[in-house]
Design a protein around this ligand. Structure first.
Ligand code: BG6
Length: 491
C-alpha cells in the first residue's frame, strides 16, 4: 500500500510533540506501510520553508523527546526522507488545488488528512477540501478534539464535515483510545470468559475512573480557561473509558458493532438535573501548593489566566448507567490538574462475601477489586484476601490479609508496546475505525455534559479550592463517602 499523510498544522504543537514522535516510532518499528509503493508525510503550514528546512525544524524538536525515543542521526536521516513541506494559506481555494495536484501526481492508494490545526479552522479546511475534490473514496480525514464546546457547536462541525466526507471517512481521534491499556480493557472483557459473569450489578459494588495529572495548565492558560476540565477531559476521555467498561459485548470486533454498544451506554447514563449537579458533581480549582516537592503557583496566578476566573481544573462526579446490567451501581469519575501524580486508573470494586466466616482485615471493605492501570504504568492488579497462616489467628478466627496478583504489561510484552498516537495513526492509515469516535457518540457525550455546564453557568458559587499536590477538594471524598465508598488512595 502507498500512502500520503498530510498534516495540517505541520509546524504546530500537536505535530511536533505527539505526531512526529509517534510516526518516527512507527517507522522505527517497521510498522508504517512502506513496503509496496512507500509513503510520504506532508506537513502543511503558513510560512515558507523548504523540505530540508522543515526536516531540520523537526530534528531540533526531537531534542525534547525522551531519550529512548530519540532518533540517532542516521535514523533521523532515513526517516526524514519521508517528510515534505508545503506552504498553504488554508483560506485560499487555489492552495487546495495545488495540494490536490501534488497528491494526484503520485496517486497513492490511501490519503489521510490530519487536522492538527487550531479547531476554529476545521470548518473552513473541511469545506475547502470538499470543494477541491480532496474527499475521494481513498481519502480519510482525522479530527482531534476539541470538536466543539457544546452540543450545538459539535453538531455544526459534524454537519460541515458530513457535507464533504462520509461517516466512515471522518475519524474523530480521542488519544485515550489508543493507549495500550485501553485496548487491554477490551481484551480483558471480551477475550477472556473469566470476568464477564462478574461484570454486572450482582457482583460489582462500584466503579471509579481516575485521570490525575500533576502538571498545571502550563503555557495554555488562555486556551484552557475557555474550556475547563469537564470539556477537556470528562466529555471525551473519561466518558470513553466509561463506555468501554460498561458496554455490552459487541457481536463482532467491527467498528460499528463496538460503537453501537458504546453509544447505548452513553444513552443510558443518568441525566443530570440542576439538583443532581449540585449533589453529584464537584468542581475545583487549584491554589498554590507543592507537587513532587516543588512549589507551584495557583491556577489564578498561571500565565494568561484571567483574574477571578471560575474555570474548573478538577471535576469529580457520580453517575449511573441505567440499564439491567448496571442499575444502582455508582460510577465515579474524577480528573484534575496539579494532583499529586500522573496517574490514570480504573478500580472495579466487587461486592463483599454474603456471609463472612473470617475476620476482616482493617479497612476490609472492597477487599476484592480489580485495578486497571492506564498510566504511567500499564497493568492489572487483582486484589484478594488470603490466609497468611496461624500467626494472624485472633480469638479463634483467622484474619485474612490483602494480597494482589500483579500483571505488568511492559514486562509481559517488553518489545511490542505501541504508543497511543502511533497506534491511532497506523489505524487511520489502515482504515481501522474501531478506536475512533463516531459523531453520534460524540454528540451524545455533549448532550450528557451540557446540563452540568448549564447548572454551573447559573450558579455564581466559584469552584472549590484545593491545594496543588492534593487529591482535590474535600467534597470529592465526601461524594464517594456518602455511599460508604472511598477513592483508591483513601481506602
Ligand atoms: C488532552 C488534554 O486531551 O489530554 C490535556 O487537552 C491533557 O489537558 C492531556 O493534559 C492528557 O493526556 P495524557 O495522555 O498525557 O494523559
Amino acid at each position: 500500500m502507498s500512502f500520503d499523510l498530510v498534516l495540517f498544522g505541520g509546524t504546530g504543537d500537536l505535530t511536533w510533540r505527539k505526531l512526529m514522535p509517534a510516526l518516527f516510532q512507527a517507522w522505527r518499528h517497521c510498522k508504517l506501510p512502506l513496503a509496496n509503493g512507500g509513503g510520504r508525510i506532508l506537513a502543511v503550514a503558513r510560512d515558507e520553508r523548504t523540505d530540508d528546512e522543515y526536516r531540520a525544524y523537526i530534528r531540533d524538536k526531537f531534542a525534547q523527546v525522551e531519550e529512548a525515543k530519540k532518533p540517532s542521526d542516521e535514523e533521523f536521516a532515513r526517516f526524514a526522507q519521508l517528510l515534505h513541506y508545503r506552504r498553504m494559506d488554508v483560506s485560499q481555494p487555489g492552495h487546495y488545488a495545488g495540494l490536490k495536484e501534488w497528491i494526484d501526481a503520485r496517486g497513492a492508494d490511501t490519503v489521510v488528512l490530519f487536522l492538527a490545526t487550531a479547531p476554529h479552522l476545521f470548518p473552513i479546511v473541511c469545506a475547502q477540501l470538499g470543494a477541491a475534490g480532496l474527499n475521494g473514496p481513498n481519502v480519510r480525514l482525522v479530527l482531534e478534539k476539541p470538536l466543539g464546546h457544546d452540543l450545538e457547536s459539535a453538531r455544526e462541525i459534524n454537519r460541515i464535515v458530513g457535507a464533504s466526507f462520509s461517516e466512515a471517512q471522518a475519524l474523530r481521534l480521542d488519544h485515550y483510545l489508543g493507549k495500550p491499556a485501553v485496548q487491554n480493557l477490551m481484551a480483558l472483557r471480551f477475550g477472556n470468559a473469566l470476568f464477564e459473569p462478574l461484570w454486572r450489578r450482582e457482583s460489582v459494588a462500584s466503579i471509579q475512573i481516575t485521570i490525575a495529572e500533576s502538571i498545571g495548565v502550563g503555557t495554555r492558560g488562555d486556551f484552557y480557561d475557555r474550556i475547563g476540565a469537564l470539556r477537556d477531559m470528562v466529555q471525551n476521555h473519561a466518558l470513553q473509558l466509561l463506555t468501554m467498561l460498561a458496554m455490552e459485548p459487541p457481536s463482532s470486533n467491527d467498528a460499528d458493532a463496538i460503537r453501537d454498544e458504546k453509544l447505548k451506554v452513553l444513552r443510558s447514563l443518568k441525566p443530570f438535573t440542576p439538583e443532581g449537579v449540585q449533589r453529584d458533581v464537584v468542581r475545583g480549582q487549584y491554589k498554590a501548593g507543592a507537587v513532587n516537592g516543588q512549589a507551584v503557583p495557583g491556577y489564578l496566578d498561571e500565565a494568561k489566566v484571567p483574574a477571578g476566573s471560575t474555570t474548573e481544573t478538577f471535576v469529580a462526579l457520580r453517575t449511573e448507567v441505567q440499564n439491567w446490567r448496571w442499575a444502582g451501581v455508582p460510577f465515579y469519575l474524577r480528573t484534575g490538574k496539579r494532583l499529586p501524580a500522573r496517574d490514570a486508573h480504573i478500580v472495579v470494586n466487587f461486592r463483599e462475601v454474603p456471609h463472612p466466616i473470617f475476620h476482616e482485615p482493617r479497612g476490609g471493605h472492597a477487599s476484592n477489586k480489580l485495578v486497571i492501570k492506564l498510566q504511567p504504568d500499564d497493568g492489572l492488579e487483582l486484589h484478594l484476601l488470603a490466609a497468611k497462616g496461624a500467626t494472624t489467628v485472633q480469638g479463634g478466627q483467622e484474619t485474612l490479609s490483602p494480597v494482589s496478583l500483579d500483571l505488568d504489561f511492559e514486562k509481559a510484552f517488553p518489545s511490542e508496546r505501541v504508543g497511543g498516537y502511533e497506534r491511532l495513526l497506523l489505524d487511520a492509515l489502515a482504515g481501522r475505525l474501531n478506536l475512533f469516535v463516531r459523531s453520534d457518540e460524540q454528540e451524545q457525550a455533549w448532550r450528557w455534559v451540557e446540563p452540568v455546564l448549564a447548572a454551573w453557568a447559573e450558579n455564581p458559587a466559584p469552584p472549590r479550592p484545593y491545594m496543588a499536590g492534593s487529591w482535590g477538594p474535600a467534597a470529592s471524598s465526601a461524594l464517594v463517602a456518602r455511599d460508604e465508598n472511598a477513592w483508591a488512595e483513601e481506602g
